[in-house]
Design a protein around this ligand. Structure first.
Ligand SMILES: [Zn+2]
Length: 309
């Protein structure tokens, strides 16, 4: 996501440099279309919704007796538009609980608002710890600043927990995306929110700096199959609502890729050789170019499987 964003910024900068006046008007319209004000709502049940905005991660909102529970909070720049969208849901009211599926800024941008309002922010303990420290990604130099204390999760857990209305949440210890991933399961509506452990839109970020790895993607998707049944609707961090069939398909796909990469690692190959071998070739028509994903995945194997790691 970040890379895509910065690529677009670079492209815009280049275009402006070349012909700024001519391109000015279309660029303004583009900004308006992709701005945070264009929230869309998908109704999953009378009290359960997915809120989306262009360029932002999915949010699940449950409305209860004049209040709202959110799973993830988009980025900071989208937060006020998100709060307005939540307030306009039927039966909604002030957010009483925000759940962070993991620490990434696309999920934790409303933490400060919710924390300052004195409300509950739920996260797995590892997610809280990442939010207390600065993080830097070596592959693109992106730096993430720690959150102020008020914005950090104030209700953490290690294994699992429950909220009102029988909503369950639990740690996904496989480190599919980070080492603090969690799911939230709404049993009455049979909806499972999984953050970026599952992607409905292209290849996921393999954030091995905070624990994610390709083996964890496989393990995490297998674990989710033990929580979901055939009718469960799964809300990923990005893209459309998915089914358990999608979950199984993805688990098999990442399993295949994992096996191929492990074999290459055992033969002493490096990340560039792994990319050149195109181990995800048959999936690219549907998923998009896999080069970046394969490189990160291979590096994540180094982090997890190399004897000197
Ligand atoms: Zn993420």
């Amino acid at each position: 996501m970040y890379e895509r964003g910065s690529t677009r910024r670079q492209l815009l900068k280049g275009a402006l440099g070349a012909a700024g006046v001519v391109l000015g008007a279309p660029l303004v319209r583009l900004a308006a279309q992709t701005g945070p004000a264009s929230a869309q709502t998908l109704k999953l049940a009378d009290d359960l919704f997915v809120i989306t905005m262009p360029g932002e991660a999915n949010v699940v909102a449950q409305t209860t007796n004049g209040g709202a529970l959110l799973v993830d909070g988009m980025s900071a720049r989208a937060s006020s538009a998100l709060m307005a969208a939540v307030a306009s849901l039927p039966g909604s009211g002030p957010v009483h609980t925000l759940v962070n599926t993991h620490w990434h800024p696309e999920q934790t941008g409303s933490n400060e608002t919710i924390g300052k309002a004195g409300k509950t922010i739920v996260a797995q303990e590892n997610t809280r710890l990442w939010l207390t420290t600065d993080v830097k990604w070596p592959w693109n130099g992106k730096e993430f600043k720690r959150l102020p204390k008020i914005a950090q999760p104030n209700k953490t857990f290690y294994k699992d927990g429950a909220l009102d209305s029988g909503i369950r949440y639990g740690f996904i210890p496989d480190a599919a995306h980070t080492d603090g991933d969690l799911y939230v399961f709404f049993p009455k509506q049979n909806v499972l929110a999984v953050g970026d452990v599952m992607s409905g839109q292209g290849w996921p970020v393999v954030d091995y700096i905070t624990g994610g790895w390709i083996g964890g993607i496989v393990g995490g998707l297998q674990r989710l199959q033990t929580i979901a049944n055939d009718e469960t609707r799964i809300v990923p961090g990005r893209g459309p609502v998915l089914s358990t069939k999608d979950l199984k398909t993805q688990a098999d796909m990442y399993g295949t890729i994992y096996d191929r990469l492990s074999t290459m690692l055992n033969r002493g190959r490096g990340p560039s050789e792994a990319v050149a071998a195109q181990p995800a070739k048959e999936f690219e028509a549907q998923m998009g170019n896999a080069d970046e994903f394969i490189r990160r995945s291979f590096e994540s194997l180094w982090a997890y499987l190399s004897p000197d790691a």
